[in-house]
Design a protein around this ligand. Structure first.
Ligand code: ADP
Ligand code: MG
Length: 265
């Protein structure tokens, strides 16, 4: 899940889409590549145990010493694990700026760990910039979903730069595909939302990029869930976003069924 802009719904979408997939029986790993660790703070069963090894510990360890599959932490759902992040990430980014881990650190950790094949899906929550962690996440991914709230003009302004980063990464990771754009925080009655949505549709249609037919509408229950450090499925199953993230999850499973010819449900 990526967009260079913050506040667009990346973390919310990873948390709730991944949770829906776990609820329907998929084995899920989330890798939190954002040093703000919002995703970890909501999903970790025990957020206060800071002594547990995290993504940065694994990246800094000698090769083979810390396996992601072994440090994946429990979440509230038994089918979903998370590798958490820490603010030390920013120091690590500076330290590796000139070496191959600046783009291939996570890829290296995944390749050395065959037990990760036991997961059906690995999600990356990404930071709001085009830095070292974003490169790492894109180099290790097969697909990108770009969340875009039509109400946020600034998130539209940064799109071209993000798309060209994806294009650049594809020179090195030819598995990477843009799976689609996810409309988030949508309120057709708010400001320029409708006009911006039309712009988004035209912009991506010209590039042949899919926009998911499920839109995530603006939903105050999302904020309430975050305050309680819960997913929308734990906090309010009746909310529009619980229904919409479920629909999006079904869209994805159908799409992957077509792509891989494998029944995910
Ligand atoms: N569908 C939604 N409706 C209302 N608020 C939302 C929705 N999705 C996200 N938010 C709120 O928007 C803010 C940014 O969301 P977040 O997922 O943290 O974005 P990002 O990870 O891109 O920075 C948070 O306060 C979150 O509660
Ligand atoms: Mg976030």
């Amino acid at each position: 899940m990526g967009n260079r802009k913050g506040g667009v719904g990346k973390t919310t979408s990873v948390i709730n889409l991944a949770t829906y997939l776990a609820i329907v029986g998929q084995k899920i790993l989330i890798i939190d590549t954002d040093p703000q660790a919002n995703c970890s703070s909501i999903l970790l069963k025990d957020f206060n145990r800071r002594d547990k090894p995290n993504l940065i510990d694994a990246l800094e360890a000698p090769p083979g010493e810390i396996l992601l599959s072994e440090i994946a932490d429990d979440t509230f759902h038994p089918g979903m694990k998370i590798i958490s992040n820490t603010t030390r990430c920013m120091l690590w980014e500076r330290k590796v700026a000139q070496n191959s881990d600046a783009v291939l650190g996570i890829d290296r950790l995944i390749k050395q760990d065959p037990a990760l094949n036991n997961y059906d899906f690995v999600f990356f929550d990404t930071p709001p910039n085009l830095g070292v962690m974003m490169n790492n996440a894109l180099m290790a991914s097969d697909y990108v979903i770009i969340p875009i709230p039509p109400s946020d003009q600034f998130s539209l302004d940064g799109l071209a730069a993000y798309l060209s980063l994806i294009q650049g990464i594809r020179q090195h990771n030819n598995r990477l595909k843009l799976l689609g754009v996810l409309i988030t925080k949508y309120d057709p009655n708010w400001g320029n939302s409708l006009r911006n949505l039309n712009q988004i549709k035209i912009y991506f249609a010209e590039k042949g990029i899919n926009i998911f037919s499920t839109y995530i509408h603006n939903c105050p229950e999302i904020d309430i869930a975050h305050v309680k450090r819960k997913t929308i499925f734990q906090s309010n199953l009746e909310s529009s976003s619980a229904t919409e993230y479920s629909a999006l999850g079904r869209n994805l499973l159908e799409l992957f069924h077509v792509i891989y010819g494998r029944n995910f449900i």
